[in-house]
Write a new protein. Sequence first.
Length: 226
Amino acid sequence: MEILVDGKQVKLRYMKKPHIRNAYLRFKGDMLVVTARDERKAEQIIRENRAWIEKHYRSIRESKRLFDSNSILFSGKRSIALLDRAARNSVEANADVIIFRSKSEDSAERLLDRWLSERSISMVSGIVVSKAGEKGMEFSSIGICRGSRWGSCSSKKELKFNRYICMIPIDIAEYVVAHELAHTRQLNHSHAFWEEVKRMCPEYRTLRKELRNYDSYRRAVFRKLE
Ligand SMILES: [Zn+2]
């Protein structure tokens, strides 16, 4: 089913629930979902909320400017990311849709950037602390960095991780952490270094290959933000 909004065909899903009194409207991605007890009620709520539907559909279409595919990766899974306008900043993360609300498109974009960075630091700190504790590794600080590297470790044992590392699956992020922690003992990529990595992450060979798959995605999607 489809309806015409702003001269565009919008996909419509009708969910029949015979026992509910009120009808409900929501967008799932760019599809309009209407829940109602019968078709008459469904048609009525669409008719009465035409302005709301048009406003939301317009903001969904605008958000496609930033994300061609209208989605971001989070923990290796694709989520729909929408930028919406609102007086106050807020982030609403559901199972597969994340909505970033702010007063302008630009500030919503900055909100998205900050949100990913915060997710990254909390995810990676958890992994570093548990892995270092478990394997008796020492480090001096954990931070976030921009740029093309997933992680780095200085001679002072300062660990830094990419601000978008929360995009990749946890097990691959665990490899990145093991790699940087191993540098606290070996500031090179020698045989001894890879033995340290292996001790913390036995599956490192496979995970290292899988990490490569995410390099181009990170560069393509976040070029604008970096
Ligand atoms: Zn390295």
